[in-house]
Ligand binder design. Structure first.
Ligand code: GLY
Length: 398
């Protein structure tokens, strides 16, 4: 308890002037109570909604803007995931009921044609968390069957010539080839999990091939990553790298780097291959060196405005905090302490200057979704809340 009070009690202020300097939450119990209150506000908003999921809360709003629950909406699983983690943190039965009900609304994905790689995000955050956290045997069995079917669907996007999953089938012409984005690393968890559940070596090999090919072509020598890699779908040759959501092709998009850190940490959980741990650490170490004082990154580390009103990305901070709690389990003692301290620092910062106002249904403010498209800039976005809750859970359990 003493340790937790110290962690949330340090006073750190954001250096960016549009980030308000709130007094913040000073204990773990306060943090969990704050989150649980927001979850219940959203549960009220969602009480009679069956066909949509929360996506964002924009400037001046307090309620979630919803998006239809379809395979095209990549964020469709995060609200269910928030419910599962809130249930894990509080044990509340009404939250468990809402988590199960919301998870059930995503079961259709087991028989829907795969739209793109985000099928992984959709069901890992929802059904896989439900499978791991639900106390109900029938729910776990139902989710397990659905997850295994989704793993098979996701695997159909794998191109053996290239060695990776095609992230966006709809964008092959636009990029001039088989495109793989760094975000796709997260979706390998579905394949690794299914391989472990069923002893399916083919799914394991696809995931390892994707991770290894991405390691070869998606990183710069310093450990920063590109957002997109494009390959010839027939010969498998790597053609070029570029960005889609970052500032420039050669810039470091903060959430892309966060996906890399989280992705290789998770891959190491399943492979125990030193090269995957080394990649996770290299991606993490350069990210940590680039951070501003309050440990919440600018949306892109190379946006020239970083000294003047540059939007932050709280979601990247939450993703990395969650990843570092896991990564700290895999390294020797001194390094583990350093990673945990960094994760604590990120959580502390998020729990002070980056909280959404009390009236908002969201937990965190100040994330950036798709800056080049002018979308969700300095907004509350559902996946920031999801990874924040996951980080709180992992801080307690890892
Ligand atoms: N996977 C999409 C994003 O990170 O915005």
């Amino acid at each position: 308890m003493k340790k937790l009070v110290i962690v949330f009690g340090i006073c750190v202020f954001a250096s960016c002037s549009h980030i308000s300097q709130r007094s913040g939450l000073t204990s773990r119990n306060e943090v969990v109570a704050f989150c649980d209150r927001k979850i219940h506000m959203t549960m009220s908003q969602m009480a009679s909604v069956t066909d949509s999921m929360p996506r964002n809360v924009l400037d001046g709003q307090s309620r979630w803007n919803l998006r239809p629950n379809t395979p095209e909406e990549w964020c469709g699983g995060f609200w269910d995931g928030c419910l599962w983690y809130d249930y894990a943190l509080t044990g509340k039965q009404d939250v468990l009921a809402a988590a199960t009900l919301t998870g059930n609304q995503l079961l259709y994905l087991a028989t829907a044609p795969v739209f793109d790689h985000d099928l992984g995000f959709l069901v890992i955050t929802s059904l896989l968390n439900g499978y791991r956290l639900s106390p109900d045997r029938a729910t776990r069995d139902t989710y397990r069957e659905a997850l295994l079917a989704c793993a098979d669907s996701l695997a159909t996007l794998f191109n053996p010539q290239v060695g990776t999953i095609l992230s966006w089938p709809r964008n092959v012409a636009m990029f001039g080839g088989h495109n793989t984005i760094m975000d796709n690393m997260l979706n390998l968890e579905l394949l690794f999990w299914a391989a472990e559940e069923t002893d399916r070596k083919d799914l394991f090999n696809i995931a390892v091939s994707h991770a290894d090919t991405t390691m070869t072509y998606h990183f710069r020598p310093d450990g920063t990553c590109y957002h997109v890699a494009v390959y010839d779908p027939v010969t498998g040759a790597h053609k070029y790298n570029c960005t889609h959501q970052g500032y420039a092709d050669e810039s470091v998009w903060a959430r892309g780097q966060a996906w890399a850190i989280y992705g290789y940490t998770m891959v190491y959980r399943y492979t125990r291959e030193p090269r995957h741990l080394a990649m996770a650490q290299k991606a993490a170490d350069i990210y940590l060196r680039m951070l501003p004082d309050d440990a919440v990154p600018f949306w892109d580390f190379n946006d020239p405005r970083i000294h003047d009103q540059c939007p932050r990305d709280a979601s990247a901070a939450a993703i990395v905090a969650s990843a570092l709690y896991e990564l700290s389990q895999y390294v020797e003692h001194a390094q583990a302490s350093a990673y945990r301290e960094e994760a604590d620092r990120m959580l502390h910062s998020l729990s002070t200057a980056y909280l959404a106002p009390k009236s908002s249904h969201a937990i965190l403010a100040h994330s950036t979704g798709h800056h080049p498209a002018g979308s969700e800039i300095d907004a509350a976005i559902i996946y920031a809340d999801y990874y924040y809750l996951e980080a709180l859970y992992r801080k307690q359990h890892n």
